[in-house]
Ligand binder design. Structure first.
Ligand SMILES: C[S@@+](CC[C@H](N)C(=O)[O-])C[C@H]1O[C@@H](n2cnc3c(N)ncnc32)[C@H](O)[C@@H]1O
Length: 268
């Protein structure tokens, strides 16, 4: 199936855009810096690693650099990165239709920011699929944001509301269910030694490097969503003005966003 057909059959929220890769890399850099690591599961020497919904492949490429003996597979609806280390492979596909890998192949399976791609009702089935391809004793790690922001101003709330409506119309989480249940999905899989961390990051220049990365990420994300909405709930001028106001609100209200990271181990 072509990349375009694969995307159209999926529930993924964000439209294709030439600068989407820059947004995803900014988001990756912010989170990597906030966590001080690419993953939190206690895996010191990963052998075979899978990153589901890998986006630009940046996470997997960095894991290759950090662990030169690892084989990292990035899996996504979209084509993979053009240039990558020799230990990196890309496989295209839709996780909602199952992963094209044998049982028990990977010792670390990672999935991040898929709240915008996996319908709420399908989370348990997708987590079961991640666990199926994990080797006994291996780890699954999930990382997802809270869709509600802390200290959001009215313009930010308005655009988040539009995003939530679009998500709900595709059966995606439009509240904070995935954020709240991330560790429960792993426990029910059932995985052992399930651990949950939460990190709260500033959005805006007031939060230094991470904050300014996230403010740019949010500006790009809102711009993408408004492009889809122009003509229905927002005019082009209203969109531009509302997005501009969000950036002021981030500084004035000291807006924050929370991420949950949960990992667990497949029984041996
Ligand atoms: C928000 S991006 C996150 C990218 C990456 N995980 C990161 O943290 O930077 C979500 C990615 O998941 C992919 N995606 C969405 N739905 C998918 C599905 N059903 N199967 C495979 N990939 C999917 C999208 O194409 C996109 O590249």
């Amino acid at each position: 199936m072509t990349e375009r057909a694969e995307r159209e059959r999926s529930s993924y929220l964000f439209p294709r855009h030439p600068r989407e890769a820059d947004r995803l890399d900014l988001q990756h850099d912010a989170l990597r810096e906030a966590l001080g690591s690419n993953f939190l599961a206690p895996v010191t020497e990963p052998g075979r690693v899978l990153d589901v919904g890998t986006g630009t492949g940046r996470w997997g490429i960095e894991v290759c650099w950090e662990h030169p003996r690892a084989l990292v597979v990035g899996f996504d609806l979209m084509a993979g990165p053009g240039e990558h280390p020799s230990g990196y492979r890309h496989v295209r596909g839709n996780v909602l239709q199952g992963l094209p890998f044998l049982d028990g192949v990977f010792d670390l399976v990672h999935q991040r920011f898929l709240v915008s791609g996996i319908p709420l009702a399908q989370w348990p089935q997708v987590v079961a699929e991640l666990v199926r391809v994990t080797q006994p004793g291996g780890w699954v790690e999930l990382a997802e944001p809270m869709i509600e922001f802390l200290h959001a101003g009215p313009a930010t709330e308005r655009l988040l509301g539009i995003m939530r409506d679009m998500a709900a119309s595709r059966g995606l989480d439009s509240t904070r269910v995935v954020f709240d249940r991330l560790d429960d999905y792993l426990r029910s899989a059932p995985l052992k030694e399930v651990t949950r961390h939460e990190v709260t990051c500033a959005v805006g220049e007031w939060g230094g490097r991470i904050g300014s990365f996230l403010a740019s990420d949010m500006r790009a994300l809102f711009t993408r969503l408004c492009e889809v909405q122009v003509g229905s709930s927002l005019s082009a001028e209203e969109s531009a003005e509302t997005i501009r106001r969000t950036q002021e609100e981030f500084e004035g209200q000291q807006t924050r966003v929370a991420m949950a990271i949960a990992y667990g181990r497949k029984p041996s």
